[in-house]
Every structure is written in structure tokens, then in C-alpha cells.
Design a protein around this ligand. Structure first.
Ligand code: SF4
Length: 291
């Protein structure tokens, strides 16, 4: 059964891994992606050159493969140890220490409720959504119940979250499709989730990561995008491209947690109006501060 208080809900696929264990893991593995291929590439190259010298017909081919392997491994090694990669690792470590318990601020008890709350949170604050959802879910607690609702009644119930006509249409359509295609249950697959009305990749990432502990991507909302740019982790503005850059820089096991950490820090310190750099734990090293 899913718990109501999100702050105590484990959030990643390694949901049973607490923040203390994550910090411990990070300190034992200074850079999770920094496996040094250079340690091995000379061995490959020597082997290929050795066989190449005994086989005149295949020699040129073996030597070509050897050189290509060397170049490729060198590129991989330099990329995995790039300053940005090391900085990203430090950001994750510092924010995990600062916010040891973190999750979505939306209130929910079941994956269905999280899905609906996340759809409602578009262009709206989590606080506002949390004021609306108790009444909404007491009247229509499941997909089966919501699928039978009248759109006008839904519109009234969610009016204060903004864009209520479109949102009511989407949550009604999503509930009906869940009943029709998934026996009223929320699927735990990206493709099936994004086939629901009103569900794009950001919402699907949130549901998969938070309700199912599946690390399929990074939720990129306005806070995450802003922090990622200020911290020099991306130059992109398109959320899909920001997500792609973050997925390359951070270990998969941290993706869900990462978005919650960025949102926490974006709300408390690196706010959109004025970043409180003087009190920020990341001020040493943050490129936004340095410029
Ligand atoms: S140092 Fe300033 S710009 Fe950089 S993350 Fe902190 S608050 Fe944001």
C-alpha cells in the first residue's frame, strides 16, 4: 500500500536506499562513471599489434582496430572525467547532504492519485493542488469512479488550479482509458503512460520514479531547468534536451532524487527571482556565481 506522506516515501528504484547510504556510496565511488579505460586500452592495443605482426593479411586491419580502440577509449576516459562530470557528482553529493529526505510535495496515496495530482500541477503550485485534491479524491478516489464523473463536476472541483477545462478533459480521459485498457490501474511503463491524455514525459517520469521506483528519466520542471543551466550542467532551454544532458551526467539510480533535490534547492535558495548565492552550499564552483 502506498503511504500518504510523501516526505517519508522512498523515491528511487533503490527505494530502500536511504540518503545516508547514497552519500556513503558516493564517497566510496568518487565518480560513478569514471571507470578509467586508459588502464586497459594499452593492453588491447598491444594484443592487436602482436597478432597483426604475425598475420600479414590481417595485420593492417588489426592495427587499424588497435589505433581506433585507443582513440575511442581515450575519448571515453576524458569524457567520464570531464570537469562537468566531476562537478555534477559534487552537486549531487552536496544536495543529498543538504536535503537528506526529499520527495514530491504533492499529496497522494495511490499511483492513480499521484498521476491526477501531477496533471493538475501543470502551471500551478503544488500547494494549490494539495488544497484541491482532498475533495477531489474523496469524491472520485479511483479511476473507475472518476471515469464516471461528469466533466462539468470535475471542472468545478479543480477550477482553482487553472486551465480547468483542459485539465478536467484530460483527467476524465485518462481515467476512462485506464479503466478501458488497464483495468483501472496505472501502468508502470513509459509508453503506456504517455498514451494517456494529458500525460507527457515529465508527468510519466514523476509517476514512474515516485510511485513505482523506476528510474526512466529526470523530471525537468522550471526549477530543474533553471538550476541545471545556472550550475553549468546544460545550456539547453528545451526540457527534453535538458533532461538528456542531465541523464548523461548523473547515475541512473539518482535521476528521481536529483529532480527532487533541484526542486528543493530551487525553492529555498536558487530561486528564480534572486539566487541567494551568498548562503548557497554550491557557491564554490557554481559558474553562475563566478560570472
Ligand atoms: S551559487 Fe547561486 S546560482 Fe549557483 S546554485 Fe547557488 S544560488 Fe544558484
Amino acid at each position: 500500500m502506498f503511504q500518504k506522506n510523501l516526505c517519508s516515501v522512498p523515491i528511487s528504484s533503490e527505494a530502500n536506499v536511504g540518503s545516508g547510504q547514497i552519500i556513503e556510496h558516493l564517497s566510496q565511488h568518487p565518480n560513478p562513471t569514471s571507470f578509467n579505460w586508459l588502464d586497459f586500452s594499452p593492453v588491447f592495443v598491444v594484443i592487436l599489434f602482436f597478432y597483426g605482426s604475425f598475420s600479414p593479411s590481417l595485420g593492417a586491419l588489426f592495427q587499424f582496430v588497435g589505433i581506433s580502440t585507443w582513440i575511442r577509449f581515450t575519448q571515453m576516459a576524458s569524457k567520464s572525467n570531464s570537469p562537468t562530470q566531476i562537478w555534477a557528482h559534487r552537486v549531487l553529493q552536496e544536495l543529498t547532504t543538504l536535503y537528506p529526505v526529499t520527495s514530491t510535495a504533492l499529496h497522494w496515496e495511490t499511483p492513480f492519485q499521484l498521476l491526477i495530482a501531477t496533471i493538475l500541477s501543470a502551471q500551478c503550485t503544488d500547494k494549490r493542488v494539495n488544497l484541491v485534491t482532498p475533495g477531489l479524491f474523496s469524491r472520485w478516489p479511483t479511476a473507475q469512479k472518476m471515469a464516471q464523473a461528469r466533466q462539468e463536476d470535475l471542472e468545478k472541483a479543480i477550477h482553482s488550479t487553472g486551465f480547468y477545462r483542459n485539465k478536467a478533459k484530460n483527467i476524465l480521459g485518462a481515467a476512462q482509458k485506464l479503466v478501458q485498457d488497464h483495468k483501472g490501474q496505472v501502468p508502470d511503463q513509459m509508453l503506456e503512460l504517455t498514451a494517456l491524455p494529458g500525460v507527457a514525459r515529465k508527468t510519466a517520469n514523476c509517476v514512474l520514479g515516485t510511485a513505482f521506483g523506476k528510474e526512466e528519466g529526470v523530471v525537468v520542471d522550471t526549477h530543474v531547468g533553471r538550476l541545471a543551466r545556472r550550475l553549468g550542467l546544460t545550456v539547453e532551454k528545451n526540457p527534453i534536451k535538458v533532461e538528456r544532458d542531465l541523464m548523461k551526467l548523473f547515475p541512473r539510480s539518482s535521476w528521481t532524487r536529483l529532480s527532487h533535490l533541484f526542486i528543493d534547492h530551487g525553492r529555498s535558495t536558487c530561486t528564480s527571482r534572486k539566487a541567494k548565492c551568498e548562503e548557497c552550499i554550491l557557491r564554490e564552483g557554481c559558474p553562475k556565481l563566478l560570472t
